[in-house]
Ligand binder design. Sequence first.
Ligand code: AMP
Ligand code: ZN
Length: 472
Amino acid sequence: MSLVLYNDLTRKKEKFIPVREGCVSFYSCGPTVYDYFHIGNARPFIVFDVLRRYLEDVGYKVTFVQNFTDIDDKMINRANGEGITVSELAERFIAEYYQDADALGIHRATVAPRATEHMSEIIGIIRNIVEKGHAYEVKTPSGDGDVYFDVRSYAPYGKLSQQSIDELEAGARVEVGEIKRDPLDFALWKAGKPGEPSWESPWGKGRPGWHIECSAMSSKYLGETIDIHSGGVDLVFPHHENEIAQSEAVTGKPFVNYWLHNGFLLIDKEKMSKSLGNFMTARAAREKYPPLAIRLFMLSAHYRSPINFTSEGLEQAAGGVTRLRNCWSDLLYARGSRVGEGDASAFVKELEELDARFYEAMDDDFNTAAAVGVLFEIVKRVNTWLKKDSLPIAFFEAAESELRKLDGILGVVGIQKSADSGADEIEGLIQERDTARKNRDFARSDKIRDDLLARGILLEDTPQGTKWKRKL
Ligand code: AMP
Ligand code: ZN
């Protein structure tokens, strides 16, 4: 078995060989936390969650870093519009991010760094870039300085998006207020403006540009050369191109060995995006469809292909999830009522073959579409066997451990979730909530209810006490 990944840097599939044997350093560009995320954004969060789980399943120790962009123009505009500070806005939408991401079964990152908490690292790397002659300061009328990366000083610029500097020059634009030597250059540091948060720096008061935070935080948590860096395909240029230039200009070493980008989630043939207004938030989507169905929908296509978001597609996925869950509950039910004599070796053999096909699919550039197909074949075989009157214990053991393992990677059956959220723990939390309510600590009692809801557990207060059930 060996994993092959399509590397956007070389435009071909390559055998995956990590820098440090047995370990994977993985950086995934995270959300700008100015609003709820939409289901287009959910695509990279889900597909790269699955790649991470797969790497863990096959035995790697994965350090997964996903940042929060908590300072930029969108953050500032929204905070001003709402009359709150940028950090209050960030706090709010980071909490909202976790509500949705947890409900979608996205495992939490090993480290989830925020740009505003890494100002000294960001300023440090910018100083280094300036010292090496790849960036320059321009004083603004206020006396504070902007710092720009000098793109022409870094010859390999354009290698990820495979464009020449001259081609790029033709398309480059200068934003209002930017005073740079060349339209290609991009801001590493922006001089502070009244009404905006700013930090002290060698160039006066200001704030970082967007691209630099990922270079700074990636090297802080993962080192100079990392194994995998991922994001949506819209990040190839300019975001990732700029990250490469910034990082490699400082270290002289390759920044990332494998660049992975997911295709767009489309709606009516257009990219789903906030700016086009054609989006559905993950929050709204999971009120309409089971979160497991949203995952299954995303994983039913190859991560690099575009996918069309349609209600039929989501409903079909919801039907698929029902089939998966029914199989799992029938299995548990039958184990309690129909264990008997018999020979399960034929089933175990079938399962081994299907298991091998699952890993083959995942090893081939984590082809989740094919892997999901294998999962449904397994379910079909299990269902066929479940028609028998008496079933050997070996059948149950093999079927359950296989489904549990594959669900640990794909997270579409919801087995892990029900195991994690054991009934005892839920009852305990309900008691804690009752006590909090008696003490009129409603902040605590509401938080317990919301946290449970985020995990798909609904509470219902009845005259007989609080009841709970699992949302699909
Ligand atoms: P943003 O908060 O806009 O930086 O986006 C977070 C992540 O979502 C990035 O990896 C984007 O590339 C990705 N993304 C944004 N829109 C879409 C879309 N319609 N389909 C797939 N990925 C997207
Ligand atoms: Zn990034």
